[in-house]
Design a protein around this ligand. Structure first.
Ligand code: PSV
Ligand code: MN
Ligand code: MN
Length: 386
């Protein structure tokens, strides 16, 4: 295979998972601006996700969030997805929208609340059995607001205990993806605030426990690509929640705020051999003011563009410059790839996949947006700000 053919093959098999909640209405704590035509049911979210896959060719799975996507029959929901050409992906748990969780969920000082939280996580694994999902994605809002509020170390013990019970319930091919987040909603301590804490818990649990890097969950200036390189090297990078941030956990379109950072991350993924199905490339975004389906298509394309540039890095020239101490030369090799306009290459890739080379234009022409506005009245809120 020529080098270009290998780059194209990698781009054709790349898979970006879209989140069900990105299709629903969302907003800030100030206001949710409802949009016409948004899905009223989990099934309709899948219908929209199928359109993203239809026009991009690289978004074959959809993450669910429980209970936002609660249905009676999850196997039937999986069939609904398959009939539309997509599959169900990660199951996201929710231990943050119940009055009982005011002081935390699996780290809560009260054993009864911890039991309720762990039972929910176990229920999520039951759902995975029905949907055929591989990954349970865990994000905990747990933490404290004031020094002395709770025992910081004791909370880690409770976390370890709860995670261990859920880990023990995982099937052979199932995984637990543990997501960290610097702060919010807790402001003094967060129980899983960083990759080190997530990694330490995963290491104790076993190989089915992996870390998720949500690109919006770091302090400004954090070198995320270093974290990615390290986790890949340790065999513990389970996946990404891609999005962009300017200030906090903004959940804007990935690659919008800092496309260069996304390229640097994808370069470390490629360098570390992470462009495989063992790393889940998920989006975790909310589209508060922009049209949702086009925004998700744009996000998928942004990931593709960053990946294409990362694949185009001349690794031999880079290694040569690095080993000879040619600082400027090495930097130039990386920047050459970043500054390459990969849009023509991606248009070619799409044509070879039998797709329209311009996904956004093709979607706009399809009439789907007009159809859902006409047919769907009373769209569902994504879950945020509910
Ligand atoms: C909250 O910060 C959050 O955005 C986490 O990143 C989760 O992945 C997501 O919500 C869904 O629970
Ligand atoms: Mn996330
Ligand atoms: Mn987040």
């Amino acid at each position: 295979m020529t080098e270009l053919a290998a780059v194209k093959a990698a781009l054709k098999t790349q898979a970006v998972e879209t989140p069900s909640w990105a299709y629903g209405n969302s907003g800030t704590r100030f206001k949710v601006f409802a949009q016409a035509g948004v899905p009223r049911t989990p099934q309709e979210k899948l219908d929209d996700a199928a359109k993203v896959h239809e026009y991009t060719g690289v978004a074959p799975t959809v993450a669910l969030h429980i209970p936002w996507d609660r249905v009676d029959d999850y196997a039937a929901l999986a069939r609904h997805a398959e009939e539309r050409g997509v599959r169900l992906g990660a199951i996201n748990s929710n231990t943050f929208q119940d009055d009982d969780y005011k002081l935390g969920s699996i780290c809560h000082p009260d054993a009864g609340v911890r039991r309720k939280a762990v039972d929910h996580l176990l229920e999520c694994v039951d759902i995975m059995d029905a949907t055929g999902s591989r990954d349970l994605k865990l994000w905990f809002a747990d933490g404290t607001n004031y020094p002395g509020q709770d025992d910081v170390r004791g909370r880690q013990d409770r976390l370890a205990e709860g995670l261990a019970e859920v880990y023990g319930r995982l099937g052979e091919d199932q995984r637990m993806l543990l997501e960290y987040k610097l702060f919010e909603p807790a402001f003094y301590t967060t129980d899983v605030p960083d990759w080190g804490t997530a990694y330490a818990h995963c290491l104790k649990l076993g190989p089915k426990a992996q870390v998720v890097v949500d690109t919006g969950h770091h302090a400004p200036g954090t070198n995320i690509e270093f974290i990615v390189a390290t986790l890949l090297r340790e065999g513990r990078l389970g996946g990404f929640d891609f999005n962009s941030r300017f200030y906090a956990d903004d959940d804007l379109m990935v690659g919008a705020a800092d496309p260069f950072q996304l390229f640097r991350i994808m370069y470390e993924v490629v360098r570390g051999g992470g462009l495989t199905s063992q790393v889940a490339f998920m989006l975790d975004q909310c589209h508060n003011i922009e049209a949702k389906i086009p925004a998700i298509i744009r996000s998928v394309m942004n990931v593709q563009e960053a990946t294409a540039k990362a694949l185009l890095v001349d690794r031999a020239a880079l290694a040569e410059a690095q080993s000879s101490g040619d600082v400027l030369g090495a930097n130039a090799v990386l920047m050459d790839a970043y500054n390459t306009d990969v849009r023509p290459l991606l248009r070619e890739v799409r044509e070879e996949m039998g797709l329209d080379p311009e996904p956004l234009a093709a979607y706009a022409r399809s009439g789907w947006a007009e159809k859902i506005v006409a047919e769907r009245v009373g769209g569902q809120q994504a879950g945020w700000g509910a």
